[in-house]
Ligand binder design. Structure first.
Ligand code: SAM
Length: 273
């Protein structure tokens, strides 16, 4: 008998689960898509530790290989380490965090089974960071410390997520230098401009510059993302908007912070309880 896998009608296997483990957050990024959830509904519950572990074990039985824990801010959950300890060791477990609470937990998270981390850092300038995220200059400092702590704790890779905005597009090459100096991967993310405010930066122009300066370019299977190797730095570009290749090569399902299966960030009409 063939082993069961999660597959869509076109035969694409689901090998990743992206789970929002909370909708609570300690920042208020001006562009936040809240992982496509309507978090404003009163009385919304939060997915429990048992549900998170159960859905991951069930996914693993059906062929899931990679888990991404996100939020809200996932480090708002004090039980994250105990959840990680319950997960199958064969899976690759990754976390997306704003990094403000990472410095004090990077080691315990790694010891509990976390493999890798993405830290959101939209600016190296504390004032720009504050305007974008609503965080304080002290928060900015904590994020930088969090990235260093993640490196020290042996999380590999550490990726720095930068959503490219008009506000921060002039800093891209400083971020490339920062990524190179720290040995982390820079992910440049195209803004999903849900409110149509026109605040996104010009990622096409930046990609042209990357193409001109890169000594090597590779295309990842996942979403057909392009990766540029520039003078010792690794820069990945994530461009989901109006990109059918992105969707055609998507191999993940989402789980919402109130415990529903959600096939796509951009749809809320096909959630499964
Ligand atoms: N609080 C965590 C963080 O800051 O990473 C996890 C949640 S956040 C919603 C997950 C990722 O989505 C972050 O890298 C963030 O930059 C990205 N993101 C949020 N809103 C976005 C938008 N409108 N367009 C593109 N990326 C976005």
């Amino acid at each position: 008998m063939r082993p069961m896998t999660l597959a869509d009608p076109f035969g694409l296997k689901v090998t990743g689960l992206r789970i929002a483990i909370t909708s609570r957050c300690n920042l208020s990024c001006l562009y936040c898509h809240h992982e496509g959830e309507d978090t404003s509904l009163p009385g919304r519950r939060e997915i429990s530790d048992d549900e998170i572990a159960n859905v991951i074990w069930a996914g693993a039985d059906l062929g899931v290989k990679r888990i991404k824990l996100t939020g809200g801010e996932p480090l708002m959950r004090a039980d994250l380490e105990s959840i990680l300890e319950r997960l199958p060791e064969t899976l690759e477990i990754s976390l997306t965090t704003n990094g403000t609470l990472l410095a004090e937990r990077a080691r315990s998270l790694a010891e509990a089974g976390l493999d890798r981390v993405n830290v959101s850092l939209d600016s190296l300038d504390p004032r720009v960071y504050s305007r974008i995220t609503g965080g304080t200059e002290a928060d900015h400092c904590r994020v930088l410390e969090g990235i260093d702590a993640a490196i020290e704790a042996g999380l590999v890779p550490v990726k720095v997520n930068m959503v490219v905005l008009k506000e921060n597009e002039g800093e891209v090459w400083d971020m490339v230098d920062y990524a190179r100096d720290r040995g982390v991967i820079l992910q440049l993310i195209e803004l999903l401009d849900l409110q149509g405010r026109g605040i996104g930066g010009d990622l096409s122009r930046i990609e042209e510059e990357l193409e001109g300066r890169a000594e090597r370019i590779v295309t990842r299977d996942m979403h057909r993302r392009r990766k540029y190797f520039v003078g010792g730095a690794e820069v990945e570009v994530v461009r989901p908007i109006d990109n059918t290749e992105f969707c055609a090569n998507c191999s993940r399902l989402r789980v919402t912070s109130d415990g529903k299966l959600k096939p796509c960030l951009l749809r809320n009409d096909n959630l499964v309880d």
